[in-house]
Design a protein around this ligand. Structure first.
Ligand SMILES: [Zn+2]
Length: 444
């Protein structure tokens, strides 16, 4: 069955055009330029753009479903224009470091998905013997930490551990995602005098920790010719190194997140645990350089790093930044936050779509079926108005835990409708039944 969607602004083949998008079953089959066709559903002045692909989400199910869960996460994702998300291997119990853990997760969540979902596996010390089995079961790549992850079941790796895992990842040609903070360098402050102090927290995780980790990963990337992806870049000091690595042709990619782009350390008061994440949100002069790296194409993608927890673990009333859970909850608003910042800086929507749809699809090797509106792609698209404002209030949030630094913010870009593989799954705050699929790697 064919359905036709008309708008004056359809992002077809990487450009905006007036015309009619033709969808048959779950795929886009054609685009007819010009005026509205008979029988078309008209979205007139609203924009039709690809559904976002968010490759960094902590859903925490099974095991910590009081923090989040697939039903609430995928609903809030849809409400924020995301049609595909990739779940991180930690904060769920068991952590996704074996085939058993992945299969258990998939069994538990099977009928709860409102978006398509993929999974990252995990690299921890001594799991290289499980790794091939895990990769064969469909994870899209694997993540490792160079510093304590916050979860004891997901220990950090050192260079020796990585030297064992990288060749296996390379054999499968899948990316190795790195939380790039390298513990224990000289001068690192371990103790706080005041657990409420934001600057003490910031000083405890200086840029050098990130920069040293990135240096190590560039070295390994070069040595093994494997794909290394740095998650949530916060230190702008590393930008030149990353630029150089890319110029040398290394397979080295980098992401950053809305909170490093929309919030500066100067705005954060002592005791405001809601802003705690690792690596930390840094000062404006640093963040301005991240923006430059976005404009220059050095940062490849923007993803939410949605990492919620229950209000009691965020220690909001106590204001204890030192002991609060580190993680920012933003899945539903990630797209609008970034778009609002793009508008302020007069940056083009085309660039945002590249960073949040196309390049994220590329990271998971689904760039031929997702992240673009083009022939033979899945009909994953959103109907959206870039100029319509809304205010973030608790009653519009579909995340399980409503605490987020963005409460009260006015954002541009209201998502009105979302189509997933040709089906209307979100319609002015109403959801269809869960129609999401698993997105797995097809092993060579
Ligand atoms: Zn994360």
């Amino acid at each position: 069955m064919k359905t036709i969607f008309y708008s004056k602004n359809v992002f077809y083949q990487n450009k905006f055009h007036k015309g009619n998008l033709i969808v048959e079953n779950d795929k886009i089959i054609d685009f007819i330029y010009g005026d509205i066709l008979d029988n078309a559903i008209s979205y007139e002045n609203d924009y039709i753009i690809p559904g976002l692909v968010d490759t960094h989400v902590h859903v925490n199910e099974p095991g910590r479903t009081d923090w989040e869960g697939f039903e609430t996460a995928t609903k809030s994702a849809l409400a924020g224009g995301i049609t595909t998300l990739v779940d991180m291997p930690l904060n769920c119990i068991p952590v996704t470091t074996s085939r058993y853990a992945l299969e258990l997760k998939m069994r538990e969540i099977k009928n709860k998905l409102h978006t398509d979902c993929g999974f990252w596996g995990g690299i921890i010390p001594n799991n290289e013997s499980n790794l091939e089995e895990l990769l064969n079961s469909g994870v899209l790549g694997c993540k490792a930490f160079l510093i304590h992850s916050g979860i004891d079941d997901f220990p950090k790796v050192n260079e020796e551990d990585l030297r064992k895992s990288i060749p296996i990842m390379k054999k499968y040609d899948l990316p190795i995602l790195i939380h790039a903070e390298l513990e224990s360098f000289e001068g690192q402050t371990e103790n706080y005098n005041n657990p409420r102090s934001y600057s003490a927290f910031l000083n405890s995780r200086p840029k050098e920790i990130e920069d040293n980790a990135i240096k190590l990963m560039i070295k390994l990337c070069k040595e093994f010719d494997a794909h290394i992806h740095i998650v949530h870049l916060s230190s702008a000091n590393s930008i030149d190194l990353i630029k150089k690595a890319k110029e040398e042709g290394l397979r080295f990619s980098v992401e950053t997140c809305p909170h490093y782009l929309a919030i500066n350390a100067e705005e954060i008061q002592d005791g405001q645990t809601i802003y705690k994440c690792c690596p930390p949100i840094r000062e404006k002069n640093n963040n301005d350089l991240l923006w430059e790296a976005i404009k220059n194409g050095i940062i490849d993608i923007i993803v939410s790093d949605h990492s919620p927890c229950t209000a009691n673990l965020k220690l909001i009333e106590k204001g204890d930044i030192e002991h609060a859970w580190g993680g920012i909850s933003s899945l539903q608003f990630s797209f609008s936050i970034v778009w609002t910042e793009f508008k302020k800086r007069n940056l083009p929507l085309e660039l945002l779509i590249k960073l949040m749809c196309k390049n994220t699809s590329k990271l998971i090797k689904k760039e031929n079926i997702k992240g673009s509106i083009d022939k033979n792609y899945f009909a994953d698209f959103i109907v959206w108005n870039p100029n319509e404002k809304f205010k973030v209030t608790k009653d519009i949030i579909f995340h399980k835990n409503k605490e987020t630094p963005y409460l009260g913010r006015e954002l541009f870009g209201k998502v009105k409708k979302v189509y997933l593989r040709g089906k209307l799954v979100f319609d002015e705050n109403k959801f269809s039944n869960p129609l999401g699929n698993f997105i797995l790697n097809e092993v060579i």
